[in-house]
Design a protein around this ligand. Structure first.
Ligand SMILES: O=C(O)CCC(=O)C(=O)O
Ligand SMILES: [Fe+2]
Length: 290
């Protein structure tokens, strides 16, 4: 069964694993997510800013920041255990045919005010300075998939409450936009990019604990409406043999805090130590440059 997951991810850029996490763990995660979100609204430990100043916000990153868990260390441990959960990593490792490397945690939530249908995009457009650069990145990943049968990354979205808020265009991780798709994603200064007419789009229907994982170079978007309650945990991984990207998502120097990995299981410790080994030089360089 799990072999089919790799095939499907390579071909479609997308997999769905029903009930990857059991109900009681999802229930716990909901409590943790709510706790982190309420702290974040009062002050994001990364920059001191109050999330509540942006009632239209829809995402926070780095739920594994220890500042969210003062006096509740066991909750942080539970989050780290989910990131490195053997069942989760089995899926990711099987799809990668390689060791998974942690990248980051995110929480998507409904805004407190307003709503938007979400912008169609490919994540490579956000990390490129020009369309030429984006096309180069995209082509390199397509070549990796076609020539080596390997992908470099996965975003695994685990619904904590029922969600129909994510859409993906299956196969679009291998194919550049058609004319109609490009029109929606980019034309006229992106003014059509929240269109509901994207050709090939499939909406994911997730129950709590269901994991929808996709290649972020494919066409996708979320949906964010104040009246559609949303709590989705996203775990992002890259393949060990793929490029390690030094950016906001992997900048997690708190992992070096003494005791950060105390009390986690040996497997989880090993998993985060691999992440620390990969990025500690980057974090130190950033610290030294201050
Ligand atoms: O809200 C979603 O499901 C989409 C998230 C997304 O597009 C992203 O993380 O880049
Ligand atoms: Fe995205």
């Amino acid at each position: 069964m799990i072999l089919d997951l790799r095939r499907q991810y390579l071909d479609e850029g997308f997999i769905f694993v029903r009930r990857l996490l059991p109900a009681e763990r999802v229930q716990r995660l909901r409590v943790h997510a709510e706790h982190v979100l309420s702290q974040w609204r009062l002050g994001n430990p990364e920059n001191g800013k109050q999330g509540i100043d942006h009632p239209d916000a829809t995402v926070l990153r780095h739920l594994n920041h220890p500042a969210y868990f003062e006096g509740r260390r066991d909750w942080l441990v539970e989050i780290l255990e989910i990131v490195a959960d053997p069942k989760v990593l089995e899926v990711v490792g099987e799809v990668f045919d390689d060791e998974p490397l942690f990248r980051c945690t995110s929480l998507f939530f409904n805004p407190l005010e307003h709503g938007k249908d979400g912008n169609w995009h490919r994540d490579c457009q956000f990390t490129s300075k020009s369309e030429d650069e984006e096309r180069e990145k995209f082509a390199a990943e397509v070549a990796r998939i076609r020539n080596e049968g390997r992908v470099s990354g996965m975003q695994m979205q685990i619904a904590l409450v029922p969600s129909e808020d994510s859409e993906y265009v299956p196969g679009s991780h291998l194919e550049w936009d058609s004319e109609d798709q490009y029109f929606i994603r980019q034309a006229d200064g992106q003014k059509h990019n929240s269109s509901n007419l994207m050709p090939g789009a499939a909406r994911m229907h997730q129950e709590p604990g269901d994991a929808a994982a996709f290649h972020a170079f494919g066409l996708h978007r979320g949906r964010y409406h104040a009246d559609k309650f949303r709590r989705t945990l996203m775990l992002t991984y890259t393949a060990m043999s793929a490029a390690h990207t030094e950016d906001y998502f992997t900048f997690q120097p708190w992992c070096l805090d003494s005791g950060y990995l105390d009390d986690v299981s040996p497997g989880t410790k090993k998993f985060f130590e691999r992440f620390i080994d990969a990025y500690e030089p980057y974090w130190k360089r950033q610290e030294n440059a201050k």
